[in-house]
Design a protein around this ligand. Structure first.
Ligand code: HEM
Length: 196
């Protein structure tokens, strides 16, 4: 982010600064499993994405959060991931979401930053799925379909985050939320990809 953007989005800039290292190591870890080298690798990548999205899905229906982001429901990609897994005849699991349902608003904003931000990287990954002949109609709906956007969708997300009025301690809770979300993403990679 350039200087002007940093001034316009100070909260996002801070979120990004405190998660740069964990983002980089997550990116490296995911790519080390070569997700686009074979259908088998790609299915494991989908399972990782699904495990992550499944955890956060309730946030996209949360009443407090939908007043902050009015298009929040349409940003959830869980259904697309389920369809992608089904394309490959993969079972779709379900997990306990109690922990995410109990998050405070600032912590939930930190988590959402991580998931919504991950779509920026996904836009780059979407170019690679062509190698496997996957599309927004088969296997790669979650990367190509509605709700997958960067661009104006990301800008609107950042603007809404900046408008929130947080105390100093809420600010810290939000940053901790983002760190926890990245930790969970690492845990998902370690669990799904490393055991594949
Ligand atoms: C797997 C390979 C990944 C690659 C190659 C990748 C790459 C990228 C790239 C290129 C950006 C855009 C930076 C920009 O436009 O300025 C980005 C942003 C971001 N990614 Fe990733 N990413 C990956 C995985 C993930 C995952 C799994 C998560 C979280 C679960 C994640 C979270 C984020 C966040 C939060 C941002 C927004 C940073 C900001 O501008 O504040 N990324 N990523």
């Amino acid at each position: 982010m350039g200087n002007i953007a940093s001034k316009q989005y100070p909260r996002i800039t801070q979120l990004r600064a405190i998660t740069t290292d964990t983002h980089q190591s997550l990116d490296d870890k995911v790519m080390s499993y070569e997700p686009f080298e074979s259908n088998e690798n790609y299915i494991n990548f989908l399972r990782f994405q699904h495990k992550l999205m499944e955890k956060v899905a309730p946030l996209y229906q949360n009443k407090q959060l939908t007043t902050v982001f009015n298009d929040l429901g349409s940003r959830c990609r869980l259904n697309y991931l389920e369809l992608d897994l089904t394309d490959f005849n993969q079972p779709v699991s379900s997990i306990n979401n109690d922990e995410v349902n109990a998050l405070s608003l600032p912590a939930a904003i930190g988590w959402l930053y991580v998931i919504e931000g991950s779509k920026l990287g996904a836009a780059i990954l979407a170019r690679e799925v062509g190698k496997l002949n996957l599309t927004g109609e088969f296997g790669a709906r979650f990367l190509a379909g509605p709700g997958s956007g960067g661009g104006s969708a990301w800008r609107e997300f950042m603007q809404s985050v900046e408008l929130l009025d947080f105390s100093e301690s809420e600010e810290k809770t939000m940053l901790d939320g983002a760190k926890d979300a990245f930790l969970y993403a690492h845990h998902c990679v370690d669990n799904v990809l490393a055991n594949a």
